[in-house]
Design a protein around this ligand. Structure first.
Ligand code: THU
Length: 181
């Protein structure tokens, strides 16, 4: 049987945010940054065909020592790094890239590792969750317990761990490598 839909939570309630942060090991400031940056990233969507804007942001706290990394566009502070992305569509529809994969492609090539949370924002309600291809893409770089926050058009949200969105998953460990989590 399919699991029940996750509850829709108030994305601006201090009590709800405090509870969410405790469960998923985030600070209220990180939650607010994830919410605001995912919503802001929607504005950078290139979606003339579907008109369906998706914004994503990744919070990471690690970095690989990669001397070739130049021209970084993520914002880092002592707290961590926020890497944004948005969906980029194409006249040849299947060539479209989702917001989550745009953000991960940017983060990984900038050297960011140690992802603490992913946030996705859309203009619908209830909130959209990452597509199957994106779930697998995320699996390559993140712990199964990492939270994925999904914001709706009113900035309310649902949250699930990667392992809930992608049970019994296939990842780098099955290929005998440690992976980039
Ligand atoms: N989209 C995303 O960016 N992320 C998802 O996880 C689901 C779908 C985009 C792809 C396309 O540009 C639009 O949403 C409609 O499918």
């Amino acid at each position: 049987m399919a699991p029940p839909a996750p509850p829709i939570l108030n994305g601006h309630s201090e009590t709800v945010i405090a509870q969410t942060c405790q469960t998923y090991n985030l600070t209220p400031s990180e939650f607010a940054q994830l919410r605001d940056r995912a919503v802001a990233a929607k504005a950078t969507s290139y979606s003339p065909y579907s008109k369906f804007r998706v914004g994503a942001v990744l919070l990471s706290t690690g970095k690989v020592n990669n001397a070739a990394v130049t021209g970084e566009r993520s914002s880092s502070s002592s707290e961590g790094t926020y890497t944004p992305g948005a969906n980029v569509e194409n006249a040849s529809y299947p060539v479209t890239t989702c917001a989550e994969r745009v953000a991960f492609g940017r983060a990984i090539t900038e050297g960011h590792r140690g992802f603490k949370a992913v946030a996705v924002a859309t203009d619908i309600s209830p909130a959209a969750s990452p597509c199957g291809m994106c779930r697998q893409f995320i699996r390559e770089f993140c712990e199964l317990s990492m939270p994925i926050l999904m914001f709706d058009k009113d900035e309310n949200f649902s949250v699930l761990r990667l392992e809930d969105l992608l049970p019994l998953s296939f990842g780098p460990d099955q290929m005998g490598i440690e992976g980039a989590a």
